[in-house]
Design a binder for this molecule. Structure first.
Ligand code: FAD
Ligand code: NA7
Length: 450
């Protein structure tokens, strides 16, 4: 479709929680009688939901494209649901009763779908459609997008858009460092991206590399489902939880000789499998260098004003949602999206480039002084609150107290923190307990969504 300079036409890339928040707000505004621009959301999976769609496949999908999903079968949320609850669509509203604070992944997807359905946000989504290329056209001050219909196996005609919103997530493309001798290892080697079910490791001795959320939770999952022993290897110090007897922590892996893995402190052990929990790479293969965010997994991103607007090239009409490291998730994506919608609709005016640069530098400088989890939560709370204030977001999203309590519970006991109950900031409802403690709950019946 041709695009004139005056026309606003939005392309959202990705229909995970971030992209869907954009669509939710646009559909809601439309429902309130506001005139909204033409919107198209390209999603390479068959449906919306992003990482919350469990994918049994690993490697490539049925169309030969890299699998997006990194979720595993028995995943329960690792933060309390009270920290990701939408004030305008609470868990009480969706489920009609109190549910546990750490639900399994199917419950979260059901909840998200419930909110999106209230405004039929899905109507903008073109599923099974992968964005292959985007360019900025300085002459016309717009973007051209090339996408591919994966079911019909054909490229679609290029389309013009005034705005691009990149919401393709950043926990999908694995970061896999090399360790000397790894090619001699005779057992299974995988990255957390390809981890699907801990049953596979029953009775096995494992090496887990990394010391963040995936390392911690995959180790626990493996203990839960009967792994014999797990050694976690970290480059920046131990995680320091009170682990069960089957889990030990060691310094960074130094080399591998056959089944034996050697650590930097000179110790060694024999393992049957190696799981790289070494994080993910921000990857935007569909974007040229002048539009492409290049970053580590951090709490404030380079070249993005308010963590959203790409200021390096072009016209401030390329935006990214959900690209920072995350304590806040769904609500942060939501306030980012609301803020972005207001900018696109001309209800918020962006300052001059120099002012935006100074603002980014100020946040990054502030982040450099963050040295603890609690401070990182403070930092992200401040960021979320700043966006809320600027955009006139209707609700106060500050759940720092709940995060702090969660962190305290986790340090007290990594095995049982998910058995605690938390109170909703928005309804005052205290969650109920699961029928079994986390470490004993092996069946995870997804049919019973509470
Ligand atoms: P995603 O969910 O990754 O969605 C991005 C979407 O973009 C996908 O649907 C993808 O198919 C699509 N896409 C990508 N490339 C293209 C393309 N070229 N063309 C078209 N579409 C494309 N968060 C929590 O709040 N609680 C948790 O317990 C929790 N657990 C997690 C566990 C794991 C194992 C992982 C990996 C993450 C977890 N998260 C958790 C964090 C997670 O990042 C967010 O909850 C959320 O899924 C991020 O949403 P998103 O929309 O930004 O990205
Ligand atoms: P994270 O949180 O980005 O953590 C990555 C981890 O990988 C972290 O501990 C890193 O160590 C470690 N890492 C990265 N590169 C290396 C090398 N070269 N050697 C050793 N260790 C390395 O990713 P996660 O997968 O844990 O979590 C991502 C999301 O999935 C999150 O939302 C969870 O809820 C689920 P570092 O700490 O930098 O020393």
């Amino acid at each position: 479709m041709a695009h004139s300079k005056e026309m606003t036409r939005i392309c959202v890339i990705g229909a995970g929680p971030s992209g869907m928040s954009m669509l939710y707000h646009l559909a809601k505004m439309e429902g309130q009688g506001k005139r909204i621009p033409d919107v198209v959301c390209y999603e390479k999976q068959p449906d919306c939901g992003g990482l919350w769609n469990f994918d049994w496949r690993t490697g490539v999908d049925e169309h030969g494209e890299p699998i997006h999903g990194s979720m595993y079968r028995h995943l329960w949320t690792n933060g309390p649901k009270e920290c990701l609850e939408f004030p305008d669509y609470t868990f009480d509203k969706h489920f009609g009763k109190a549910i546990p604070s750490f639900p399994n992944r199917a419950v979260i997807l059901d909840y998200l779908n419930g909110r999106w359905n209230t405004v039929n946000a899905r109507k903008f989504v073109r599923g099974n459609t992968k964005v292959k290329n985007v360019i900025y056209n300085p002459d016309n001050d717009d973007f051209t997008v090339w996408a591919r219909d994966q079911v019909d196996d054909k490229d679609l005609p290029p389309e013009q858009f005034s705005h691009i919103v990149v919401a393709t997530g950043h926990f999908s493309v694995p970061n896999i460092p090399y360790f000397k001798g790894v090619e001699t290892f005779p057992g299974r080697i995988l990255h957390s991206h390809d981890f699907r079910d801990a049953h596979e490791f029953k009775g096995k001795n494992l090496l887990v590399i990394g010391s963040s959320y995936s390392a911690e939770d995959i180790s626990l999952q493996c203990v839960k489902f009967g792994a014999n022993n797990i050694v976690c290897s970290s480059r920046s110090g131990p995680m320091g939880f009170k682990w069960p007897a089957q889990i030990q922590e060691r310094p960074l892996l130094e080399r591998i000789e056959g089944q034996t893995v050697y650590f930097q402190d000179g110790t060694s052990t024999e393992v049957d499998a190696i799981i790289f929990c070494t994080g993910y790479k921000h990857t935007f293969s569909f974007l040229p260098d002048n539009l492409r965010l290049k970053t580590e997994n951090t709490f404030y991103l380079p070249n993005l004003y308010k963590g959203i607007v790409w200021i390096k090239t072009g016209n401030n009409k390329l935006m990214y949602i959900g690209m920072q490291n995350q304590y806040y998730t769904m609500t942060m994506f939501d306030v980012q999206s609301f803020w972005a919608c207001r900018v696109i609709l001309g209800e918020t005016t962006l300052p001059e480039k120099e002012v935006m640069e100074v603002d980014i530098a100020r946040w990054i400088h502030k982040l450099e002084r963050v040295t603890s989890t609690s401070q990182a939560i403070d930092f992200q709370t401040e960021y979320v609150m700043d966006l809320g204030r600027e955009s006139g977001y209707e609700h106060n999203l500050d759940v720092k107290d709940i995060f702090d309590y969660w962190e305290e519970m986790k340090m007290e006991s990594i095995m049982t923190y998910r058995d605690n109950v938390f109170k909703s900031k928005f309804t005052g409802t205290i969650s109920c307990k699961h029928d079994k403690p986390f470490m004993d709950a092996l069946d995870n019946s997804y049919d019973d969504l509470y």
